[in-house]
Unconditional design. Structure first.
Length: 191
């Protein structure tokens, strides 16, 4: 049980996919303008990451290794991820149309989010079992959500801050992301 907790904390905080591994930067910068939209994308990404972790483990254990196809990981994992994203997109369009509209182009881009592919590739690399893969995927998704929502909150506050002209826009966003990454490196002492 302690091992699963450490895998979760490691994926969410210590080795945060955005702030420590620098995976998923595009949606992090592109969507993090409003907390509501960021939270919606974070939840959708968490769902996709958790399911991708499970599917990656099953594919690795029951298809890729038994049939000696480890070189096909990328193809199998991308197909699985794109299928999950299509499911999430259809569900959001049906159940939460305003969130679906707010996410716009960023929802289909979850398919190409390198954080999700990175997660799928790290599962066999770390030799995780099924339960470990679930905790790793969920932890990575929670960490992604935490980072993107924190960034959105900071960016909303920066709209009313007196930011010098040369630092406005992308400059202050990238500086803020760097400071957040340094702050998250403080979690290294947890594990």
């Amino acid at each position: 049980m302690i091992e699963l907790f450490l895998i979760f904390i490691g994926a969410a905080l210590v080795n945060n996919f955005i702030l420590a591994r620098f995976l998923g930067i595009c949606p992090f910068i592109g969507v993090s303008r409003q907390i509501d939209t960021s939270l919606g994308l974070g939840i959708a990404t968490t769902f996709v990451m958790t399911l991708s972790g499970i599917l990656a483990w099953f594919m690795q254990e029951f298809i890729l290794v038994p049939f000696n196809l480890p070189f096909m990981q990328y193809v199998f994992f991308i197909l699985a991820i794109s299928s999950i994203v299509q499911f999430v997109e259809m569900a959001l369009r049906k159940m939460f149309p305003t969130l679906y509209e707010a996410l716009g182009i960023f929802l289909p881009l979850i398919t190409t989010n390198c954080a999700i592919l990175g997660l799928a590739l790290l599962i066999p690399l770390n030799e995780y079992g099924l339960i470990q893969s679930v905790f790793f995927g969920f932890g990575a998704g929670v960490g992604f959500t935490l980072a993107i929502v924190l960034m959105a909150g900071i960016r909303e506050r920066l709209l009313f801050a007196d930011v010098p002209k040369p630092l406005q826009g992308a400059s202050i966003t990238l500086i803020t992301a760097g400071v957040m990454a340094m702050a998250f490196s403080g979690f290294l002492g947890l594990i």
